[in-house]
Design a protein around this ligand. Structure first.
Ligand code: SAJ
Length: 432
């Protein structure tokens, strides 16, 4: 343990980060910037190629960031996981998606941890960052790593530390976000705290890997439940003829005990739609069915259908049918100012519109083209002619880079799902 401690303090400890995605890559570069040598391991050859060509594929990192990292001669992107044997600390940042029927897909975690087990040397620290159900580190990761013949807590060190990256949020970068750490043993914890402490000021230690796993799920379930609630509140307010956005702004004046969430087409991205299902699944295994998680997931995933109903109502009021109506969806990414499409509810809305035989097009400054169920769609530009030809323009994502004034002045009807026209009233405008 002392050897690893000294290697971390002297920055001689070579760090292996598995998973060069929106979590692993910024973390790897954080250590590189602080003087550590980092092997960035990913089985996606295209990602490694782009990194070697000094190109960024992550919203929050520029090509210049990659140029600097590679130029420092301390960052080495590899596909070959056997190089992990040369690392004193290994951090696993791979996806934890969901399979059908609310069950976790731990295949990425398993293949990563098996690669580590094959290349694990005595005295190495292994940290799992992937968001997963409470108990994963002790019940799954530990036995897999001990297949190496080494004993966790004695021959190697093991901890869980949840990632908290918020893509598109430049105010909070990986080195500024407090880090929760839960070690298998006190020495595992001390080493993990020492390692992350090299790049992050505030480290918060909890009593076990499970407590750290649960911390992350409490955070993300808090979000999915509150987003579900505000979406339901939006549906109620429409029935009452009340502007939900005005009500949220009013509730925000409460200086304590309230945190604003905003209605929309539902919950997209790689985390919020899926992480809570890991908790739901584990709790169910232990005999507890979380109605909160199921209900909020159901409400959030019902929002595209709800938005379609609202559009149909509005078109009918103009004597129009949805079939044949020209509808342009502005914003197809899963949230504003990111280029990520994963589980974007806008894509579900486009599917529903196509199913209803509407003539659908899309525009998004971050997305040149889409593939919806095998159908290629090219993004359209928001020129006057295109806007004037629409029966409705739906503002599905409130990207910062858009000429909303022009949209409202040229389109005959605008469905403002994200309140970009705050405080504006017009008979050509309606909101969620
Ligand atoms: N959303 C709403 N209304 C809201 C907030 C979000 O409809 O009031 C939607 C967004 O449009 C998006 C989805 O929910 O489709 C998820 O939004 P998010 O803001 O939670 O964004 P993520 O998933 O990119 O990042 C989140 C982190 N975000 C914040 O804390 C603000 C955080 O929850 C996690 O650190 C991160 O996921 C993760 O990796 O777990």
């Amino acid at each position: 343990m002392k050897r690893l401690e000294n290697a971390i303090i002297s920055k001689k400890a070579r760090i292996g980060v598995i998973g060069m995605g929106y979590v692993g890559l910024p973390l790897a570069l954080g250590f590189v910037r602080k003087g550590f040598e980092v092997y960035g391991i990913d089985n996606d050859v295209d990602r490694i190629r782009q990194l070697l060509e000094k190109k960024s594929y992550i919203t929050d990192l520029t090509d210049a960031d990659i140029v600097r990292a590679i130029g420092s001669k301390r960052f080495f992107p590899f596909v070959d996981s056997s190089l992990l044997k040369k690392c004193a600390a290994i951090i696993i940042c791979v996806p934890t998606p969901i399979k059908k029927r609310y069950t976790p897909d731990i295949s990425f975690m398993l293949s990563a941890v098996r690669a580590v087990a094959k290349n694990l040397s005595r005295g190495t620290l292994v940290v799992l960052e992937s968001t997963t159900y409470p108990g994963t580190t002790e019940e799954l990761i530990k036995p897999e790593l001990e297949k190496s013949g080494l004993k966790a807590g004695k021959d190697f060190f093991l901890a869980f530390s949840p990632e908290r990256v918020d893509p598109g949020n430049s105010a909070h970068t990986v080195t500024q976000i407090p880090k929760v750490v839960g070690g298998l043993t006190p020495s595992c914890c001390r080493l993990t705290k020492l390692l992350y402490g090299q790049i992050i000021k505030h480290i918060h230690v909890v009593s076990s890997p499970s407590a750290a796993e649960m911390t992350k799920l409490l955070e993300n379930t808090f979000r999915i439940v509150n987003i579900g609630w505000v979406n339901e509140a939006a549906m109620m307010c429409h029935k009452f003829g009340i502007d939900i956005w005005e009500v949220i702004d009013a509730a925000k004046t409460k200086p304590f005990g309230f945190m604003p969430f905003y209605p929309g087409l539902g919950v997209g991205g790689h985390c919020i739609p899926e992480d809570p299902i890991y908790l739901y699944w584990k709790a169910k295994q232990r005999g507890h069915t979380s109605r909160f998680i199921k209900l909020s997931a159901d409400i959030n995933s019902s929002m595209p259908e709800y938005a379609l109903r609202r559009l149909e109502e509005r078109l009918h009021a103009q004597g129009k049918k949805i079939a044949g109506a020209k509808v342009l969806v502005f914003g197809v990414t899963y949230k504003k100012d990111v280029k990520d499409l994963r589980k974007s509810p806008s894509l579900r809305l486009i599917e529903l519109l196509q199913h209803k035989k509407a003539v659908v097009s899309f525009s998004d400054p971050f997305v040149p083209h889409l593939n919806i169920n095998g159908l290629k769609m090219e993004g359209v530009s928001l020129d006057v002619r295109t806007l004037a030809a629409q029966d409705c323009v739906i503002i599905a994502v409130d990207h910062s880079r858009a000429d909303y004034k022009m949209i409202l002045s040229k389109a005959s009807l605008v469905f403002d799902v994200k309140n970009v026209f705050k405080g504006v009233t017009s008979d050509r405008l309606f909101k969620l």
